[in-house]
Ligand binder design. Structure first.
Ligand code: B1M
Length: 233
């Protein structure tokens, strides 16, 4: 099948194929993205390289034109759907590492926010690193986090926000943990494009995670610390 009328994706060099996939993601062409991902995997690309170079980079370009008013919500939704179709192929590959379970995480996008691609990516990478992840989905009010914490007793709570208007809600959740007297029992990691280290510090989170790989490394180091404390105590 061709990426557009006269392009045969399988005939393209790796570099041209990735470029074409960025264009196809931009145009919201789901089937072509699925085909492109499968071709790259067949050529020996790792799932992680495929994810970051073909999909995440393509979405970054979409984001720029969305910001500049060149693309609008319906088009970006199609890009997001195409991205998710590609991620669906990569998910089992990233998850099946056979790593022993290293910890448990509850994660969700905060109230008022429906962006979930980044959160889903973090979930996939965390599962691949051996974490059990309870994904609460999007638009989560503080009660949802509290209920999930009571039910699952996670080591880590992750929150995602992509809007400057929804990121302050993370503090609502952290304050609720303090009120319940459980803040110190849980590691709180936050992420999302508009956040930064200073914001994370200001709201009382344990760490800001720039991307999914940083989230995994940060989570692992907190679990290591917890383990060492247990051994020492
Ligand atoms: Co929206 N959107 N969007 N959007 N959208 C942004 C965020 C925006 C920056 C676009 C822009 O103007 N340039 C802008 C926000 C501006 C601001 O607040 N300053 C924006 C806007 C304005 C809106 C609407 C208000 C538009 C409107 O309706 N007029 C609306 C809001 C809806 C709502 O939530 N209430 C809206 C809607 C949408 C769509 C539905 C069309 C779609 C979402 C589809 C979906 O997610 N299912 C969408 C999309 C796709 C985007 C952009 C283009 C891409 C986001 C994305 O998926 N990136 C985005 C532009 C951008 O971010 N530059 C934009 C790819 C993803 C892999 O990256 O999510 O950053 P990211 O996740 C990374 C890291 O941030 C980190 O790791 C991830 C992987 O490496 N991370 C975490 C994320 N969460 C983490 C949690 C952790 C750890 C790390 O926990 C431990």
């Amino acid at each position: 099948m061709a990426g557009s009328d006269d392009i045969v994706l399988a005939d393209l060099s790796d570099q041209d194929l990735v470029q074409q996939m960025h264009d196809d993601l931009y145009d919201g062409l789901k089937e072509e993205i699925v085909e492109g991902v499968n071709i790259l995997l067949k050529r020996g690309w790792t799932p992680y390289k495929t994810l970051t170079e073909a999909l995440v980079e393509g979405m970054r370009i979409v984001g720029i034109d969305f910001r500049d008013g060149i693309l609008f919500v319906p088009e970006v939704l199609m890009s997001a759907n195409a991205m998710k179709a590609g991620m669906a192929i990569l998910r089992p590959l990233l998850v099946e590492t056979g790593a022993p379970q290293v910890g448990k995480m509850v994660i969700g996008t905060v109230k008022g926010d429906i962006h979930d691609i980044g959160k889903n990516l973090v979930t996939m990478m965390m599962e691949g690193a051996g974490f059990e992840v309870i994904d609460l989905g999007i638009n989560n009010a503080v009660e949802k986090y509290l209920d999930a914490i009571a039910e699952h007793q996670p080591d880590i709570v992750g929150m995602s926000a992509l809007l400057t208007t929804t990121m302050p809600y993370m503090k609502v959740v952290i304050d609720a943990l303090k009120e319940k007297g459980i803040r110190d029992d849980i590691v709180v990691l936050v992420g999302g494009a508009p956040l930064n280290e200073d914001f994370a510090k200001a709201i009382g989170a344990d760490a800001y995670c720039r991307d999914a790989a940083v989230a995994v490394e940060t989570a692992k180091s907190y679990m290591m610390r917890k383990h060492n404390q247990r051994v020492a105590g």
